[in-house]
Design a protein around this ligand. Structure first.
Ligand code: FAD
Length: 482
């Protein structure tokens, strides 16, 4: 085990720290929360946060930091919590992460910082995500002011897309003194954070507060601008005088199963279903009447095993679904969803039908869904993704009665910008080609990052790309070298 560096605010010895129990996140009881869209996790109190922070071993080689795609200085911010300096802790996180209240809620920490935490070898990892959320929420309550760090450079940067990649780049660039303008196609800022992830995991108010902070820092936002249609990348350079551009348009095009019956009424893409809930306010039913997602007494299934699938089915439950199933062709071990979401879904009475795959959606004779014909699957050797390949078991077909099916088996790139920007190279799957380190594309002055480059990934990976892009854009604007 690594040694503690002096001086430390933590009065406990390493052995004593190992004995402090992991502080669990207080949450709404499952039987109550299935009837509302308010947040499941209630946040640490000051006392819980300090207790949890005391568990940090302050490792000389902080593997948690190495495993954070944006390099949050975990050890330092946790020690500031131990010392009771919560605003200092928030400022420390903000050196590397402009959206701490968001990543503290939705980042898959088990794959990054917490997965690398040395405590994990003996006991539960440090609750780094919970602590991050605590200081971000504390900072918000205290109304700590934001200010850009550097004098104005006179350079203008356009960011296309306001998801985590775009926001992260915008935050870093404005702090370097550049004028930053974010163009967003939808009427709300935030990308998937706002139109995909539901209120009970990430309240819209939290996103708005983080965006307001960015406005205070000087970032300008413009909604309802579809770049590639309303204005092209070339026009932004030539007519509006931008010096550089960051494309962060995500991977929001739904992918379907291509099985018979997918056209039936009652079959949705997860993208449409969640957008109706989040942006068309179905989560505020009956104050807002969004009739297509009134699911009282209905039998609903989501097809897929990622965060999107769980967000969709847990939303369906809250909208009144009597039966709510996750249908997934692999086993629970291979499910890409965050562990906490799987646990919460089970508590909420979601039924998991693992090793199951729909082969047909069934018509009730009037064009509406009445069920799914499924096959049972078994797992073979690992495929290109490293996960064991699912294979159908012959003669295992069976039917599940359903009123609604939601397809959450993936998304791909919207081709609009690629097709309207000459010289911008894409790969064979339609994603923009960008250098992994610099995020530079084949077009001078144009950078790209997030899901539009990698395919659907995670919030923190998109933010990491945004940070790398901001660094290279700053270098490009400072030196003029491409
Ligand atoms: P996006 O968030 O997709 O943002 C792209 C933005 O660009 C959108 O607002 C879009 O409207 C805009 N845009 C697109 N085209 C144009 C155009 N032509 N002009 C202007 N604007 C345009 N990840 C996690 O880490 N944890 C989770 O818990 C999690 N849950 C998820 C739940 C759901 C339902 C979904 C769909 C994804 C989830 N993810 C999660 C994945 C994560 O949200 C994405 O990887 C991340 O948002 C990608 O960020 P991005 O900035 O690249 O793109």
């Amino acid at each position: 085990m690594s040694s503690v560096k002096e001086p430390s605010a933590n009065p406990l010895t390493l052995k004593e720290r190992m004995k402090v129990p992991h502080q669990h996140m207080p949450e709404q009881p499952a039987e109550l929360r299935v009837m509302n869209f308010t947040e499941v996790n209630l946040g640490y109190s000051t006392e819980l946060a300090r207790q949890e922070a005391l568990r940090c071993l302050e490792c000389a080689k902080a593997t948690c930091v190495d495993h954070c795609p944006v390099g949050v200085k975990v050890k330092e911010f946790v020690q500031l919590i131990v010392a009771g300096d919560f605003l200092g802790a928030a400022a420390k996180i903000r050196e590397d992460n402009v959206l701490p209240a968001i990543t503290g809620r939705v980042c898959p920490q088990e794959d990054h910082c917490e997965g690398a935490c040395l405590l994990h070898k003996k006991v539960e990892s440090l609750g780094i995500g919970y602590l991050e959320r605590f200081v971000a929420d504390y900072e918000q309550r205290m109304g700590a002011p934001m200010a850009p760090d550097a004098p104005a450079t006179g350079k203008k940067v356009a960011i296309v897309g306001s998801g985590p990649a775009g926001l992260s780049a915008a935050g870093d660039l404005v702090q370097k003194g550049h004028k930053v303008h974010v163009f967003e196609a939808l009427h709300e800022i935030g990308g998937v954070l706002v139109y995909g992830i539901p209120e009970f995991r990430l309240p819209k108010q939290v996103i708005r507060e983080q965006i307001d902070k960015m406005r205070e820092m000087g970032v300008e936002f413009e909604t309802n601008v579809v770049v590639g249609k309303t204005v092209t990348i070339d026009e932004l350079f030539e007519e509006e005088g931008y010096d550089a551009m960051f494309i962060a348009t995500g991977a929001g095009l739904p992918v379907f199963l291509n099985v018979p019956g997918e056209h039936l009424n009652g079959v949705y893409s997860a993208n449409e279903f969640l957008t109706r809930i989040n942006l068309m306010h179905a989560y505020e039913f009956p104050r807002y009447d969004e009739p297509m997602v009134d699911l009282r007494g209905r039998h609903v299934a989501v097809i897929g095993g990622g965060n999107t699938a769980l967000d969709a089915i847990r939303s369906a439950r809250r909208l009144g679904a009597e039966k709510a199933y996750v249908i997934y062709r692999r086993s629970e071990t291979e499910m890409p969803a965050r562990i906490e979401e799987v646990k919460h879904a089970k508590q909420e009475g979601i039924e998991f039908r693992m090793l199951t795959n729909p082969v047909e959606f069934l018509d009730d004779g009037r064009g509406w869904l009445k069920g799914a014909r499924c096959v049972r699957m078994e797992l073979g050797e690992p495929d290109a993704s490293g996960r064991r390949r699912p294979m159908a078991i012959e003669g295992s077909e069976f039917e599940i009665p359903l009123h609604v099916a939601i397809i959450a088996t993936g998304t791909s790139a919207n081709p609009l910008i690629q097709s309207t920007t000459p010289g911008l190279k894409t790969n064979k799957r339609g994603y923009i080609e960008a250098n992994e380190e610099s995020q530079r594309t084949s077009r001078k002055g144009v950078f790209a990052g997030g899901d539009i480059v990698t395919g659907a990934a995670t919030v923190i990976l998109a933010m990491g790309a945004g940070r790398r892009a901001a660094k290279s854009i700053h270098e490009y604007l400072s030196t003029g070298e491409w």
